[in-house]
Design a protein around this ligand. Structure first.
Ligand code: G3P
Length: 215
């Protein structure tokens, strides 16, 4: 399972990379705004800065919602660095653009996926990654993890190479459940990755080992 970090915060990206378990980064316009990154040039520079920290895929999201605009913006983003993956929304023109990018060898991440039908369509269009937003599904009293199970079944039934990139992860149990079901990637806040470290018996055990070592 690959671990991506879901943030545009350079310090958090560095911390996860230093841990030695980071395979990539996902961003979105909300995460860029949260870091105060404004204006086209600053945003593009920020993507390149992220690419210099992590040797792995970095998702950069288009803002355009029409086919021509998505294609122009996506090609520009892809030209920034070889590790950029163009993030495209699950809308009609987005699906058309996924096929266009796939045919041109540009890697993609289809975002805002909330149903098995959307996930099937994105895979048919050749998306490299598809991002089911499991936390937001849970937020509306539905079952985000069930979508991961449905996607795994559908993709395996037909041998789709599209990778399931579990997104909108809120806590460590989301990561564990996604790993159980065979999601290819989990994109997580740093806190959820660090929560995987925690177990009270580890703390108690270490305390005792260290105390015994002094005897
Ligand atoms: O990368 C997009 C996705 O992870 C969003 O998460 O927490 O805003 O639902 P969240």
């Amino acid at each position: 399972m690959k671990f991506f970090i879901d943030t545009a915060n350079l310090a958090q990206i560095k911390e996860a990379a230093d841990l030695g378990v980071l395979d990539g980064v996902t961003t979105n316009p909300s995460l860029m705004a949260k870091e105060g990154i404004k204006g086209k040039d600053n945003i593009l520079k920020h993507y390149v800065d992220i690419c210099h920290i992590v040797d792995g895929d970095v998702s950069a999201e288009v803002i355009a919602t029409d086919f021509k605009g998505i294609v122009e913006e996506g090609e520009m983003l892809a030209s920034l660095h070889e590790n950029i993956v163009v993030k495209v929304p699950m809308i009609k023109d987005g699906v058309k653009a996924l096929r266009y990018f796939t045919d041109k060898g540009i890697r993609t991440n289809c975002t805002l996926v909330f149903s098995p039908g959307q996930a099937l369509l994105a895979a048919k269009a050749g998306a490299t990654y598809v991002s089911p937003f499991i936390g937001r599904i849970d937020d509306v009293s539905s079952d985000g993890i069930q979508l991961i199970a449905d996607m795994r079944l559908i993709y395996d039934n037909y041998g789709f190479e599209t990778q399931i990139l579990a997104a909108s992860i809120r806590h460590a149990m989301h990561i564990i459940d996604c790993a159980r079901l065979g999601a290819d990637v989990a994109t997580c806040p740093l806190s959820a990755i660090l929560d995987l470290l925690k177990h009270p018996l580890t703390d108690i055990g270490l305390e005792k080992f260290l105390a015994d070592a002094k005897k």
